[in-house]
Ligand binder design. Structure first.
Ligand code: ADP
Ligand code: MG
Length: 362
């Protein structure tokens, strides 16, 4: 049997809806699980439960061959014995410790010489050379993030838990560190669980993704699968991006990128350092539908296709158009009626270059 992580827990904060999480997945050296969901859905609570910082009133947590929690047989393994690297959302760096001091924090079991060697290794790995004696307040947001990550991985934990690791950073830094973090996690060969509500992060970093909403796990699967094939309307609402297809970047010029998806050529806004293998991500709300023969709008992308599915979302409807790849649009029910859309009907879908987001597929 493959090594697995099994989480099956219920945690209730008084007066609130219980948070119930159930998922299991095979874990290899560098498997990254994404816990994805809106604020308040219970992601941090689950992560803290895995870390042993929160005690669910019921359930089991198992990591590979070790049971960390089993409320029935009263097994409660302490956070220290779990050998976990945990990074809180606000980093929680010690303000009075230097960079080296912060990194050395969990290394008390090593000899002084070993500890200095490990700190030096981490300083190099996380590009912190020259900053060893600096205090956290003297660092940029990106540097603080790297110190927090270095501190979490320095004791060579067997599992790394990161709570919204990039959310405190400004958008350009976030985009840059997203790619670096992916490379680093592969290099460390350390399984990890990463909490995020950012779909670009989920797609870049994740091997498996669990979608949380109001204290429940709604779907578990490969990120691209979950984004492009949400199991139900709740998941679709939570993830918000319903078209994720693989493409090849052909050229980028004057800020616009030409991307091939099968036989189709799309125009997207160019992104730096994205590589030639990309995911093209299009939010369903950004796709407009018109009769196949109508005059063209100013949008860059116009694709004629056939309606392959229509699902009701109350006042809205989700329409899947087969136009060389399955493209999902969400439109009002009245628009659906006006356009006379039924399965098999011909329709033209349009979206702006700025609505086709490119994510590196490495
Ligand atoms: P997320 O990380 O997805 O934003 P959290 O796990 O932090 O969600 O919180 C889930 C729910 O549990 C929220 O309604 C939150 O207010 C509540 N909650 C979290 N921690 C506590 C706590 N220590 N005491 C009471 N309620 C809490
Ligand atoms: Mg949280």
């Amino acid at each position: 049997m493959a090594a697995e992580i099994i989480v099956e827990v219920t945690k209730t904060f008084s007066g609130r809806t219980p948070i119930r999480a159930g998922f299991r997945y095979p874990v290899e050296a560098s498997t990254v699980l994404i816990l994805f969901g809106p604020s308040g859905s219970g992601k941090t609570t689950i992560l803290r439960s895995v870390a042993g910082l929160e005690w669910p009133e019921e359930g089991t947590i198992q990591f590979v061959s070790r049971v960390w929690l089993d409320t029935r047989s009263r097994i409660k393994v302490s956070p220290q014995e779990r050998h976990i690297g945990y990074m809180a959302q606000d980093y929680a760096l010690f303000p009075n410790y230097s960079v080296a001091g912060n990194i050395a924090y969990g290394l008390g079991e090593l000899t002084l010489v070993e500890r200095q060697k490990r700190v030096q290794e981490m300083v190099e790995l996380f590009h912190l050379t020259g900053l060893e004696d600096a205090k956290p307040r003297e660092l940029s947001g990106g540097q603080q993030q790297r110190v927090a990550l270095a501190r979490a991985v320095a004791p060579r934990p067997q599992l790394l838990l990161l709570d919204e690791p990039l959310s405190a950073l400004d958008a350009p830094t976030r985009a840059q560190l997203r790619g670096e973090l992916r490379g680093l996690l592969k290099q460390l060969a350390l399984p990890s669980i990463i909490v995020t509500h950012d779909w670009a992060e989920a797609l870049t970093l994740g091997d498996v993704m669990a979608v949380m909403h109001e204290g429940a796990i709604l779907q578990v699967g490969a990120p691209q699968e979950v984004f492009s094939r949400p199991a139900n309307a709740d998941v679709a609402r939570v993830v918000g991006v319903e078209t994720v297809v693989q493409g090849t970047l052909i050229e980028a010029r004057e800020g616009l990128a030409t991307v091939r998806v099968g036989e189709i050529s799309l125009t997207a806004v160019a992104v730096e350092n994205v590589g030639s293998d990309v995911f093209v991500c299009i939010r369903a709300e950004d796709v407009t539908l018109e009769p196949a023969g109508a005059g063209l709008t100013s949008a860059r992308n116009h694709l004629v296709g056939t309606v392959s599915a229509i699902t009701s979302l109350g006042a809205l409807a989700r329409v899947t158009i087969e136009c060389g790849f399955p493209l999902v649009a969400v439109i009002t029910r009245s628009a659906l009626t006006e356009l006379g859309l039924t399965v098999g009907a011909s329709v033209r879908a349009s979206f702006k270059a700025g609505s086709a987001h490119l994510i590196s597929r490495q």
